[in-house]
Ligand binder design. Structure first.
Ligand code: NAP
Length: 330
């Protein structure tokens, strides 16, 4: 059985990827940071097949030990400080984990290596936030980077060091430049989930207000389940390359809000929504829309879940969860 090692196993993508790889017959190892990580129990309850291995992207020896333990064929580096807003407050930590963490993972792979006939293949979770103040629209693999946050800057370093190690040491290493992808497993701090969860709670009478930042911001939003398939496809190619993964559609936060309230039959949504400048970013990214033609042509990848279905899925999930927590029968 092939073996996969995933950092960021407790995050949204780590869980989707673990489930996807398990269905493909992989043995799945997940790296967990911290001495009593609060997320691990829930992940293992749903996916008991995952072998959890301790390790931290800030600590190279722990990465080497984790790889030695797992002996993987494929490494997916999804671990990161991934919340843009937090990266402005904890810029140094973000640079260390989201940026230097990639370098440490690559070094660990060079040390552990894998067999000569079957060297470890490496996937790095790059981000559309690297395009930031965009130089062209839509953005593709050739579009220059201009990050607008410490998170984006750290991701650019991670991306560049993957290219450098691929060229310098002939590693099978590639990056997926993924545009925003969401789903019921998205962290509650991210705007899509913040909205769908608040809408569910407002519908159930558990909350009365939704406070947001810039309603005009636009994003290219896809479904996380579709995007982890692209990660795997990249590592099955003969040659390691980088790919943009995106839907090619853009939607505003206002549209997200309107559609989410629409899902629970609330049309006059403005009475529940308030804008607060504290949720505006110090520097906003421009219009992010991805051109994923390369992935569509070479990997045969296509998103399967569209924006309305994604929002519908997330609101339905949050209604179930919030109703169950509050003991309300739907
Ligand atoms: P997420 O839900 O925020 O998960 C981040 C993961 O990183 C968590 O499992 C977290 O572990 C782990 N982590 C944090 N600090 C760590 C450290 N020091 N050592 C090891 N692991 C650490 O993120 P996601 O949405 O699944 O995204 C996965 C990756 O794709 C991230 O690198 C993200 O930046 C990138 N990305 C995401 C999107 C998107 O729209 N979702 C788009 C482009 C790129 P704990 O929870 O245990 O702290």
């Amino acid at each position: 059985m092939p073996r996969a090692f995933i950092t960021g196993i407790t995050g949204q993508d780590g869980q989707h990827l673990a489930s996807f790889l398990h269905s493909k017959g992989y043995d799945v190892y997940g790296m967990v940071k911290g001495q009593s990580n609060p997320h691990v129990g829930a992940v293992l309850e749903e996916m008991p097949f995952i072998e959890m291995v301790p390790g931290d992207l800030a600590d190279l020896p722990s990465l080497v030990a984790a790889l030695n333990m797992a002996q993987p064929d494929e490494v997916y580096n999804l671990g990161a400080i991934s919340f843009v807003a937090l990266s402005f407050n904890q810029a140094e930590l973000t640079a260390n984990i989201t940026g230097l963490g990639v370098l440490r993972m690559l070094e660990a792979i060079r040390m552990v290596g894998g067999s000569q006939n079957n060297p470890i293949r490496f996937y790095q979770a790059s981000s559309s936030e690297m395009f930031g103040k965009v130089r062209e629209t839509p953005q593709n693999e050739q579009t220059p980077f201009h990050p607008r946050s410490p998170y984006g800057c750290a991701k650019v370093f991670g991306h560049d060091i993957v290219v450098n190690y691929r060229e310098s040491y002939d590693l099978f290493a590639c990056s997926g430049i993924l545009f925003n992808h969401e789903g019921p497993r998205r962290g509650i701090e991210f705007v899509t989930r913040k909205v769908t969860n608040a809408v569910a709670r407002i519908k159930l009478g558990l909350q009365h207000e939704l406070v947001l930042g810039n309603l005009d911001s636009k994003r290219d939003w896809g479904y996380a389940g579709d995007y982890v398939r692209a990660m795997w496809l990249m590592l099955q190619q003969d040659v390691p390359e980088d790919y943009v993964i995106a839907t090619g559609e853009t939607h505003s936060i206002e549209e997200l809000v309107e559609r989410s309230f629409g899902e629970v039959g609330i049309d006059d949504w403005r009475q529940y929504v308030r804008q607060d400048p504290k949720f505006f970013r110090p520097a906003e990214v421009d219009l992010l829309i991805g051109d994923s033609s390369k992935a569509r042509e070479r990997l045969g990848w296509m998103p399967e879940i569209d924006f309305p279905t994604l929002i519908s899925m997330m609101v339905a999930h949050d209604l179930q969860v919030e109703a169950a927590k509050a003991g309300i029968e739907l």
